[in-house]
Design a protein around this ligand. Structure first.
Ligand code: ARG
Length: 277
């Protein structure tokens, strides 16, 4: 699996408080506190921020390991994106609060200014740029069709007449809609990746269109899955998103670059992704 990250870094110290989430309506929120109880070893390495410092709310959809998921032991949201957020917010002197919601609620949450930024493995598409601003891309990905070994699916044509699952509101939803027209399959749209994976394992759908970076963990956990890459016209990858016109874009980009240049991003990639080819 090839993938490259692009930008930033710097080594930090101490801990940042992950505060209780705010949240309205359907959002789940997570409270966390100290770094030593998380499975994320580097979190003790971020700068200490005074408790009375201002807080930034990060929106995410914690169904996407290794970017973000709920640590079952601590019930905290952990992951690559969380570590990046902790680093940047602590460097900028903010406390961090995380609000977990469905992926397709993230852009509305930014538009309503209920979150200050989003780190959710979100791809900076032209469409989304109409409504939100993005940082530089910090990690790249490709799309895969994942299916069960015994499904004998090894090309797009094999999907003819079958059911393909995607996450609602993701770029994979739009890509699948387009492919469905060419190939002739039904697109099944669900909110959460584990739900979609469950549908595949139960045989209620035949395949999933998802990112390689996230498929890897599921494929490792479920020996019976196979995949092939689906070429995409656009550059895929993840960037931090902000409400349109947010003044955070620049300082976040600067810190993102520091993270890369210091080599700390490499450490995070090693920690959260299998970076071997
Ligand atoms: N990169 C894809 C997109 O931006 C999928 C991201 C899904 N993220 C998540 N946390 N579930 O549409």
């Amino acid at each position: 699996m090839k993938k490259k990250w692009l930008m930033f870094g710097m080594s930090a110290v101490l801990s940042v408080g992950l505060l209780a989430a705010c949240g309205t309506g359907e959002e789940d929120t997570t409270t966390g506190d100290t770094p030593e109880d998380t499975a994320a070893p580097n979190t003790e390495e971020v700068k200490e921020v005074p408790a009375d410092a201002p807080t930034l709310v990060m929106g995410t959809s914690a169904d996407y390991p290794p970017y973000e998921s709920v640590d079952l032991a601590t019930e905290e949201i952990v992951g690559f994106d969380v570590d990046i957020a902790k680093y940047i917010t602590s460097e900028l002197g903010y406390n961090l609060e995380i609000a977990d919601m469905d992926f397709n609620a993230l852009i509305p949450a930014m538009e309503a200014k209920r979150v200050d930024f989003v780190l959710a493995g979100m791809t900076p598409t032209e469409d989304r740029k109409q409504n939100v601003d993005f940082s530089d891309i910090y990690y790249e990905a490709t799309n895969l069709i994942v299916s069960k070994e015994d499904g004998n699916i090894s090309s797009l044509e094999d999907l003819n007449g079958l059911k393909v699952g995607v996450q609602l509101g993701s770029i994979q939803e739009a890509d699948a809609d387009a492919l469905a027209e060419e190939v002739g399959f039904e697109v099944v749209k669900l909110n959460r990746i584990p739900e979609i994976m469950q549908e595949l394992l139960a045989g209620r759908i035949d395949a999933i269109l998802m990112e390689d970076t996230v498929a890897a963990g599921h494929m490792e956990a479920q020996g019976q899955l196979v995949s092939f890459e689906v070429p995409s016209e656009d550059e895929l990858g993840s960037a931090i998103a902000f409400p349109k016109g947010s003044e955070l874009v620049e300082p976040f980009n600067e810190k993102l670059n520091e993270l890369i240049e210091s080599g700390k991003m490499d450490e995070l990639i090693l920690k959260w992704f299998d970076t071997e080819e």
